[in-house]
Write a protein that binds this ligand. Structure first.
Ligand code: DGI
Ligand code: FE
Ligand code: FE
Length: 199
């Protein structure tokens, strides 16, 4: 095919080594769990396997940073910080992670960028890859047992939008219970996919 449209293949083993040096042992375990769960979902929903695993590996690549470090990185990379993020800087590990994937892991791919960007709050215009990473983040086997997790895990492989709504509902309920501020994107994503399922 004259090398046209040659697919980029990411060196996942190399990224894994780099991540292992950065993340805590637990966070690294979670990362590997997300990567292989995302791989299983890629097989089910036919997204590119290597690309999906790359997004899984890198989704929490900025999670080792403190709130102050996240804010500093936003200044350094000109990332806009919303009022909600100012009050809760840990939300920024998604935005900063998306940029770090490019700057430190040399992954220059819009789809992977968006999957990392959307993995915490979701987004009404999530792509299939975004949904896979969002869902894998919640259902990966190393997660502490969560309410309805068995049903959500099963649903993830049957109807990913349903799994998405179940996860968003559980997350919103948890944040309300903890009396933590809910980011408007999380609420908007929930509302959007609830109406989509009803349509
Ligand atoms: O980074 P992980 O722990 O693997 O997972 P994550 O990126 O989904 O982050 C999980 C945390 O983010 C969890 O404690 C819930 C929280 N979160 C999700 N949506 C919102 C939120 N926190 C706030 N304050 N507001 C949100 O809308
Ligand atoms: Fe995360
Ligand atoms: Fe995660």
């Amino acid at each position: 095919m004259l090398g046209l449209g040659k697919k980029k293949v990411y060196d996942l083993a190399k990224m894994e080594k780099q991540l292992k040096r950065k993340l805590s042992a637990n966070r690294f375990q979670h990362t590997i769990g997300v990567t292989y769960t995302a791989a299983a979902l890629a097989m089910r929903y036919e997204t590119e396997l290597n690309k999906t695993m790359c997004a899984g590996l890198l989704h929490d690549c900025a999670k080792y940073m403190s709130g102050d470090e996240l804010i500093k990185n936003c200044e350094r990379y000109n990332i806009e910080i919303t009022e909600a993020e100012k009050r809760n800087p840990s939300l920024l590990h998604a935005k900063v992670g998306a940029v770090i994937a490019a700057k430190k892991y040399h992954v220059h791919d819009k789809e992977i960028f968006n999957a990392i960007l959307h993995h915490t709050t979701g987004s009404p215009d999530m792509t299939l890859l975004d949904k896979i990473i969002f869902v894998a983040d919640y259902i990966e086997p190393n997660r502490e047992p969560l309410p309805d997790i068995d049903e959500i895990r099963k649903q993830a492989f049957m109807n990913i939008d349903r799994a998405l709504v179940m996860i968003l509902k559980a997350t919103l309920a948890y944040l309300r219970h903890m009396e933590t501020e809910i980011d408007e994107t999380t609420q908007k994503t929930h509302d959007f996919f609830v109406s989509k399922l009803q349509a």
